[in-house]
Ligand binder design. Sequence first.
Ligand SMILES: [Zn+2]
Length: 337
Amino acid sequence: MSRIDLSAVRREAFGRWPDILAVLGLPAAALTKKNKPCPCCGGTDRFSFIDQGTGRFVCRSLDGLGGDGFALAMHWLNADFPTALRAVAGALGMAAGVAYQRTPAPAALPAPAKRDNSATIAKLWSEAHPLKAGDPATRYLANRGLVLDTMQAALRCHPALGYWHDGRRLGTFPALLAKVTSPTGEVVALHRIYLTPDGRKAHPADPATGELLDAKKLLTAREGAMRGAAIRLYEPDGGTLALAEGIETALAVRLGSSLPCWATVSAWGLANAVLPESVADVHIMADNDVSGTGQQAAKKLAKRLLDEARRVRLHIPTTPDTDWLDALNERQQQEAA
Ligand SMILES: [Zn+2]
C-alpha cells in the first residue's frame, strides 16, 4: 500500500468535510450544529457537527469529546487512524478506492464498504496466550487487588502489542486482552489494556503534544457490533448472573461475592446488555458515578430486565465516586489491618 501524505490530505480536505463524510456514508442530516443523536453511536443529544473547515464535531460519548473530521471518520467507520485516513484520501481521489465527486448525488453513491476488523481481532487473539502466574496481565490484575481463583477463558495476555496513535506506532507493550461476545456468541470486539512488564498501565505519550494516552482501547469488528455484547468472564450459575461495567469491577464482584459476572465494557453497554433466556436472576453491580451515568444505565437496564420478567437486584456502592473494585480493595485492606 502506498504511503498517504497526511498533511496533503488535511490541506485538500479543508472546507470539504461535509462532502467527504457524505461519500463515506454519513447521513447529511447529521451534519448540522444542532445537538442530536450521534450517527455513529446513538444517544439522544450527544452529537453536534461544527465543521469550521476542519470537520470539527462533538460526541460526548468519546473520551476526547469529539475532534476533527479525521476523528469523525474514525468514529463513523469504527476504524483506526490509518484506515480513516485512507478512506478520506480515497474520498478525495488521493488514494486508490472510492473516487471523490465534488457534488455527489447521495442516492447515486455506492454504499460504503463496511469496515470489518474480525480478521485482525482473530489474529491478535491467536497471538495471545492464556493468563498464567507472573505474566504482565496477571501482575496487573494482582496490582489491582484481583488474584483470580481460576484463569478466565475470556482473558489473554498479548506479549507485544503495537500501540497506534494518529497513524504512528508508539511502541509495543504487553497487553491484557478481553474477548467481547455478542448475544449470538460471536466475538465482536477486543478490549485491550496496554501494560508495562511489571503489570502497570502503560501510557505512551503523544509525540505531537506530549499528552499521556489512554492505556485502554477497544477494537470492534464493525459498526454497531457492540450492541448487547459483553465480556463473558464467568458462565451464569443456576440461572443467576451479575453484570458490571468494567472488567476489573466484574472480577472484583466475583472475588467479593462468588457471583458469576460479565463486564459490559461501558455504561452504554450496561444499559443495552442482552442476557441469555436461561438467566432468571440478575444482579446489576453499578458504579457510583458522581455524574450519575453508571446509576442511570443500571436503572435503565433494571427496568428492561423486569419487563422481561426476570428477578433484578440493583447494587450500588454507598461511597460516591467508587465501584465494586474499590469496595473490594477497601474490604481487603480492613481484613489485612
Ligand atoms: Zn458518537
